[in-house]
Ligand binder design. Structure first.
Ligand code: A3P
Length: 287
């Protein structure tokens, strides 16, 4: 696989191969019992996917052991040559389906709204996302060239990276949560108290689990457990697509790693951008 430049889809930069498949995403047929996990990239999507799948699997303990996370929770807009696309994988999947997307709220296919699909949204602080995304661009060859860290950060601030602006994404879904069945969670809260956040997910999914089951799910979805689990650490993806020797998918899994990456000047510039975008104070993040 070789790197391709991003392409604009309805004004949003998207990975080149994904953009080529956009028509199939727009006409995707959601089902009323689907559950959607929506995030800006690098915000804890895989973590939440594993949690939700383990909640579903409580009545079928083999389920989580049968396939990689990206097969159990297909990625709606995923499309690379010679592999089934996200929409193809989803069309073949029995209900109830778990679906992952990075789309901003305004680009979600209409059938999700028509079918009143419930959504779990996970947001993560902007600085850690930027760092995680940069390392992901480097290792996942399906992305455009990341450039230097300084260049990447500039693109990120200007909404030029794939899936566009972080601030528009987190704010757009936050607004939607006021009028839709959206459980809006934060990565930093999940790190602080995973069982508390898992209990919210269980309740949102209309389930009731004993405390010991919640604790078991928290332990099986810890960073350490997922990093070691080949079904959740993306090590089964060919190295021509994801090169873990450049940077592992399960990289650090902490809050505040941005302090190891940002220079003082970059941090000042970033804070100005952040102030501009997020000063209405409706959404606050811990970083
Ligand atoms: P880092 O690169 O900062 O380590 P996504 O799944 O949305 O692509 O997000 C990936 C980020 O979530 C990576 O962040 C990854 O390490 C982190 N992550 C994945 N599983 C995690 C877990 N169980 N606990 C904490 N962080 C996790």
């Amino acid at each position: 696989m070789s790197r391709q430049p991003a392409k604009l889809v309805r004004g949003m930069p998207l990975l080149g191969p994904f953009a080529a498949n956009w028509e199939n995403v727009e006409k995707f047929q959601a089902r009323p019992d689907d559950l959607l996990i929506a995030t800006y990239p690098k915000s804890g999507t895989t973590w939440m996917s594993e949690i939700v799948d383990q909640i579903v699997a409580v009545s079928n303990s083999e389920r989580c052991k049968t396939a990689a996370i990206y097969e159990r929770v297909p990625f709606l807009e995923y499309a690379v040559p010679d592999m089934p696309s996200g929409t193809q994988a989803l069309d073949q999947r029995a209900s109830p389906r778990l679906i992952k997307t990075h789309l901003p709220v305004e680009l979600l296919p209409k059938s999700f709204w028509d079918n009143k699909v419930k959504v779990i949204y996970v947001a993560r602080n902007a600085k850690d996302v930027a760092v995680s995304y940069y390392h992901f661009y480097r290792m996942a060859i399906v992305h455009p060239e990341p450039g230097t860290w300084d260049e990447f950060l500039d693109s990120y601030i200007n909404g030029k990276v794939c899936f566009g602006s972080w601030s528009a994404h987190v704010k757009g879904w936050w607004q939607k949560a006021k009028e839709w069945d959206v459980l809006y969670l934060f990565y930093e809260d999940m790190l602080e108290d995973p069982t508390r956040e898992i209990r919210k997910v269980v309740k949102f999914m209309g389930k009731d689990l004993p405390e010991e089951t919640v604790e078991k799910i928290a332990s099986q979805t810890s960073f350490k457990a997922m990093k070691q689990n080949e079904l959740s650490n993306y090590s089964m993806v060919p190295s021509s697509v994801m090169d873990h020797s450049i940077s592992p998918f399960m990289r650090k899994g902490v809050c505040g790693d941005w302090k190891n990456q940002f220079t003082v000047a970059q941090n000042e510039k970033f804070d100005e951008y952040y102030q501009r975008e997020m000063s209405d104070g409706a959404l606050s993040f811990r970083s």
